[in-house]
Design a protein around this ligand. Structure first.
Ligand SMILES: Cc1cc2nc3c(=O)[nH]c(=O)nc-3n(C[C@H](O)[C@H](O)[C@H](O)COP(=O)(O)O)c2cc1C
Length: 133
């Protein structure tokens, strides 16, 4: 069964906008190569990420992400097995429309999280509200 991990975190004070752009691009390339689906959005100092895929791949990626000093204060929203990936493909973007951000991906994800347990759903909805506004 695939594994899904979702978390929010804060950009580290020393991380520049260029570094964020680079990491969004790199994570998108890596994840597509490794068959990881999900989203990574950055908005106003915060990251929100969902990764879904083979448990070993997702866990080892998350260990790398946790150790990455470009962000801090990571709060895990959920980390559990799922029946099937809720997201088609992988998207990494800035949550600002002028950057070409596709808000439809987040809206679609909101639609799919109905398969999550009620508590995870409530937390994700709350987090996404801020990224969607
Ligand atoms: C907020 C955040 C999210 C990240 N998400 C991913 C990701 O989804 N996939 C990924 O490969 N790297 C991600 N990274 C980067 C990893 O921490 C690590 O630098 C990268 O995986 C190393 O890639 P490499 O093994 O190809 O050198 C993320 C980093 C941060 C700070």
């Amino acid at each position: 069964m695939p594994q899904a991990i979702a978390y929010v975190s804060q950009k580290s004070p020393s991380t520049s906008e260029q570094e964020i752009k680079d990491l969004l691009r790199k994570s998108q390339t890596n994840n597509i190569e490794r068959d990881i689906s999900g989203i990574l959005v950055y908005s106003d100092g915060n990251f929100f990420q969902v990764t879904e895929g083979e448990p070993e791949i997702i866990t080892s990626l998350f260990n790398k992400i946790k150790a990455d000093n470009r962000h801090e204060n990571i709060i895990v929203i959920f980390n559990h097995s799922i029946v099937k990936a809720a997201i088609d493909g992988y998207k990494a973007d800035f949550a600002t429309r002028h950057e070409g951000y596709d808000s439809q991906t987040l809206s679609n994800y909101l639609h799919h999280i109905q398969t999550l347990d009620p508590k995870s759903q409530a937390v994700v909805k709350n987090v996404l509200k801020n990224f969607l506004s």
